[in-house]
Design a binder for this molecule. Sequence first.
Ligand SMILES: [Ca+2]
Ligand SMILES: [Ca+2]
Ligand SMILES: [Ca+2]
Length: 253
Amino acid sequence: MRTLRSTLFSIAIAACLAGAAGATPVVFFGEDAGLGDHNGKLYLHPNADAARAEFMSHLEGVGTEDFEGLTRYSAPPLNLLFPGAGTATVTGGGQVMDDRFGPSWNTAPRPGEEFYGRFAVSGHQYLGQVFAPGFSVSFSDPVAAFGFYATDVGDFSGSLSLGLVGGESLVVDIPHAINGNGGSVLYMGVIDVESPFTSVRFQASSGTDVFGFDDLTVGALDQVDQGVPEPGTLALVGVGLVVLAVARRRRRA
Ligand SMILES: [Ca+2]
Ligand SMILES: [Ca+2]
Ligand SMILES: [Ca+2]
């Protein structure tokens, strides 16, 4: 109990400091538990979809990369175009996968349309075989919004977080399950109108997890509406999310 209380206290202090610095991004997050590796693709993921819908409701005219138009097995660096926000370069590991097939070194068809818990959320193609820490995206111009679906995050110990680089660089916790079922689906979106960022970089506390990503959305500052909650409210929402994550991790422990 002592640990939880001091953790919450630290979080509250951190939230206040973040609020004072005016650099708190708005975070939209939802996660649906997977069926386990080798048990097929999770087609219904209402929590993740709800987070995406809320994130997208604050954006207008943004582009989303669904990986359907890219050549199967092409690998980073990948150059992507996001209308109204410029170009983006994906670097790091992974390859464009089709979930009806395995990766380039094992192209046998996958009847369950999942490969060790990873699959496309839209269509059949996605950025797969991404090993921790994940990948980085650098933008041609500063952006204020970034969102993505990820599959198979957290079926090992270790947590994944997202660094926003440029402006006021900071790391945003991704409150995903730890040691959960393989094949989970999560959505996370961040909007930071006060501190647009020039790149995002995933960071992992452990190197054993492998992920899939799909439907990357990027928004410039002028594509974000003015209805985004004030940072004060946000700090509270952030505390709520972290408290939930802490409680969940404690339950698992
Ligand atoms: Ca896709
Ligand atoms: Ca897995
Ligand atoms: Ca995984």
